[in-house]
Design a protein around this ligand. Structure first.
Ligand code: PHE
Length: 454
């Protein structure tokens, strides 16, 4: 039962599971271990942790307080505080929409692999070749993409507490349980320690500005920041919730999941002499190789892809809820209508993303420089440009439009210890956030590379 017509969380635990569910996703499970592996192992992990502490908490607290103060969707929230600034929310809604379109394609691959492991695992000797021929097939990935979108749609139709919260409360604890089991299995393989060292021991020789920026981008994507997911989820919170403590807990859980993912994957990769930096193929090509040569490998394979599915779908529902919540508040649509329309549109854009891995590879070249396909363009545009831009806008909005006095008034409701946190928050918001965002933006658009002559 929803507590009011917009919906509200049933419990603090439910809210934390839903928000951690949004944060913990494909970003944690394949991207983080791979990035850490390729960028100096423990050095990347330490830098990532530093940025989570400086930026993650600050941005998350900002989004949550805008959401709870206005009790409105991403667009309505900014607009309510100042009618001129609805556009900040609008950019966020568009971003979420674009992310979901390609996210669902990858979610579909995950469901396909779940079925594959139910049927006895990937039989073909060349597992990477199997993966590539699957994703370049014109029809099959579309069916799985549709299934993933249907699962997302089904949960979001259930509403805030009856759908999103309920699914997250079941899936998130299971995800952690499975991840811990697989991490223990991986750590006890002969030769595992090499992988653990690779992942955790800092190698500063690889550290440079580029690594710093990559770590920042990863923090944004992984914590679901910069597009209003936490504004939307925050708008379903009651006044007595302690926002600063939630803004600490969610990044902590997300970081724990990222670390566990690295500990689950890297030792196994080294124990079986596989290549750690294989990108998207790490999960769908390299890991199936490992499962095939491991005792009870099919069982671990199944468990692994089920946990990745839980991670991906609890992120996808948060992506869908952002436009749905906007259409319900602002356009007065019913939840059912909004969910079907937006899930349908994302499915259609996702068809382009999926086909661009295969037969439509060339079709969207006009969008991209350097021959990236449509799938890559969607990923690049959202993660590296639109999310950081959303972060810059939010921090400028809080500093110059909403104002710290108003923000603090909201944050203090339900929170006992906000003095020290408040000071840190303001500092980091006013100085750190715009600076770092500018850095991400400049680097990603290649300006920085030109300035420093690389
Ligand atoms: N945080 C999710 C992940 O790591 C992705 C995501 C980004 C979800 C932005 C919502 C908003 O996979």
């Amino acid at each position: 039962m929803e507590n009011n017509s917009r919906g509200a969380w049933g419990s603090r635990f439910g809210f934390i599971m839903a928000s951690a569910g949004s944060a913990i996703g494909l970003g944690n499970l394949w991207k983080f271990p791979y990035l850490a592996g390729a960028n100096g192992g423990g050095a990347f992990v330490l830098v990532y942790l530093g940025i989570v502490i400086l930026l993650g908490f600050t941005m998350m607290l900002g989004e949550l307080s805008i959401g709870r103060a206005t009790k409105l969707n991403q667009y309505g929230a900014y607009k309510k505080i100042n009618p001129k600034f609805g556009f900040i929310g609008g950019i966020g809604i568009l971003t979420g929409f674009l992310i979901l379109s390609f996210y669902s394609v990858v979610g579909g691959w995950v469901i396909k692999y779940i079925f594959q492991y139910i049927m006895g695992g990937v039989q073909q000797a060349d597992k990477m070749g199997y993966f590539v021929s699957f994703i370049t097939n014109p029809y099959e990935p579309l069916i799985w993409h549709g299934l993933f979108m249907a699962a997302t749609l089904f949960i979001v139709l259930g509403g805030v507490s009856g759908g999103i919260e309920k699914a997250s409360k079941i899936m998130m604890p299971l995800l952690f349980l499975f991840l811990i089991i697989i991490a223990i299995r991986s750590l006890t393989l002969p030769g595992a320690m090499e992988g653990l060292k690779y992942f955790l021991i800092p190698n500063w020789s690889k550290f440079n500005l580029d690594v710093l920026v990559k770590a920042m981008g990863q923090v944004f994507f992984s914590l679901s920041l910069g597009m209003g997911t936490l504004v939307t989820y925050g708008s379903y919170l009651e006044g007595h919730e302690d926002l600063p403590s939630n803004a600490l807990t969610i990044p902590a859980l997300d970081t724990l999941a990222a670390l566990l993912a690295g500990i689950a994957i890297m030792p196994a990769v080294f124990a079986f002499n596989q290549e750690p930096g294989a990108g998207p193929g790490l999960m769908f090509g390299t890991l199936p190789n490992i499962f095939a040569s491991m005792p009870l490998g099919n069982l671990f394979g199944l468990m692994f892809f089920v946990l990745v599915f839980f991670a991906a779908v609890t992120s996808a529902i948060s992506l869908l809820e952002v436009p749905v919540s906007w259409a319900m508040d602002s356009l007065k649509w019913s939840r059912t209508k909004a969910v079907w329309i937006f899930a349908g549109l994302c499915f259609v854009i996702g068809i382009g993303a999926s086909l661009s891995n295969g037969p439509w590879e060339q079709k969207f070249y006009f969008f991209s420089k350097d021959g990236q396909n449509f799938f890559d363009v969607l990923d690049y545009l959202t993660s590296n440009i639109l999310l950081p831009l959303g972060g810059v806008f939010m921090s400028l909005f809080i500093t110059f439009v909403w104002g710290y006095d108003n923000a603090f008034k909201e944050i203090k409701i339900g929170s006992k210890n906000n003095f020290a946190i408040g000071g840190f928050w303001k500092m980091s918001m006013m100085v750190g956030v715009p600076l770092m965002m500018a850095l991400v933006f400049l680097q990603q658009t290649g300006v920085l590379a030109k300035l420093i002559g690389q």
